[in-house]
Design a protein around this ligand. Structure first.
Ligand code: AMP
Length: 210
């Protein structure tokens, strides 16, 4: 079963985690615009320098930059074995553009999946979210911890995971992504799962609706 899908959810909803699990189990390629931008920022590439301020302040990067990036990713052979778009589209303009790009490439979008998590849970999760140099994203109960609970390697917070920026990112999500959900809601491809609960519980729900 090949799937071309979009995964939607607030920051901290677990969409990236679920996308990674889908990639592992089904081989669909995970395309995360946030991850791509963070790598570019780290490399201090031309694109990285352009987008750094937006990402670190939790503001959306201008549509034309993001759309160009997605166009390039989808043009490669990525789409042949199925893909999961994570973090794109973020607003209605990007969704309309995605429809056009896919149309031109003669690719069908099968599913738009919303991971729905309440705001209190989001704030709680993001405050525990750290990045381990070795394991990637990890959940850590002690906010002052500096070592990974799994491998004891150094951990750090994402630059945009501080409480003020998270609040702003949530506001941006509410404003932009709510209308995006309405854009897809009327279509048969739209699916929604309850994203509260453990990673595995949510993953079972995701597989059930796909
Ligand atoms: P994420 O990892 O998906 O939470 O994205 C982190 C940050 O990257 C966002 O707060 C934005 O600054 C930027 N970003 C990621 N995807 C997009 C997008 N589709 N449109 C605009 N900005 C984006």
């Amino acid at each position: 079963m090949v799937r071309n899908m979009v995964i939607l959810g607030a920051p901290g909803s677990g969409k990236g985690t679920q996308a990674k699990k889908l990639q592992k189990e089904f081989g669909w390629i995970h395309i995360s615009t946030g991850d791509i931008l963070r790598v570019e920022i780290e490399k201090e590439s031309h694109l990285g320098v352009k987008v750094k301020q937006y990402v670190h302040q939790g503001r959306l990067v201008p549509d034309e930059i993001i759309i160009e990036l997605i166009k390039q990713r989808l043009r490669g052979d990525n789409a042949d074995s199925g893909f999961i778009l994570d973090g794109f589209p973020r607003n209605v303009v990007q969704a309309e553009k995605l429809d056009k790009i896919l149309n031109n490439l003669k690719i069908k979008l099968d599913t738009v999946l919303l991971i729905d998590v309440n705001k209190e849970e989001i704030i709680k999760r993001v405050s525990k979210r750290f990045i381990c140099e070795n394991c990637g994203p990890v959940i850590v109960d002690n906010p002052d911890a500096d070592k990974c609970p799994k491998c004891r390697n150094k951990i750090y917070r994402r630059e945009d995971d501080n409480p003020e920026t998270v609040k702003h990112r949530f506001k941006v999500f509410e404003k932009e992504t709510r209308s995006l959900i309405n854009y897809y809601k009327g279509r048969k491809l739209f699916k929604c799962v309850n994203g509260n609960g453990s990673i595995d519980e949510v993953f079972e729900r995701v597989k059930t609706v796909l």
